[in-house]
Design a protein around this ligand. Sequence first.
Ligand code: PNS
Length: 164
Amino acid sequence: MGKTVICPGSFDPVTYGHIDIITRAAKMFDHVIVGVFVNMEKKPNFDIDERIGFLRRTVGHLPNVEIVGFDGLLADYAKERGATAVVKGLRAVSDFEYEFQMALTNRKLNPDLDTVFLTSDAQYTYLSSSIVKNVASFGGDIRNFVPECIHDEIFERLNTKGKH
Ligand code: PNS
């Protein structure tokens, strides 16, 4: 049986940084489930179907990648799907504390679940969904942050220039 892993996140919206991590995970593992989960600490701008749609259009072509949405615990979903690891990108030391806490919590809830961190590509270490939302809300150029095929939909929704 091949190795199944989960790349979880809010993906609100997906960025080039996420796409890089998912693409690299797809080369390392047999089956990669990209899961849009609920982060209780964030209020999303895009609903779950929109976020899944952005992922389908950007990483849906990868043959061993499956895109799902799940409103529950990551540790439970991993068990349900027989996933052995969570794969996350680490951008900087500032990500570490939060990611470390989540990794240990998930392992407590599901002792069979490990977390694998991939260092983000140097060109994306600054990039996050929050940066995309911040820049777009002021009408700034987000073409370096998200792919062309989802750009317009994201920009039109987020651009509230002059309405802050
Ligand atoms: O992209 P994010 O917001 O950093 O991803 C965080 C996410 C959504 C993966 C995390 O909040 C999560 O796993 N949510 C599902 C609920 C859960 O399992 N909570 C306990 C882990 S702290």
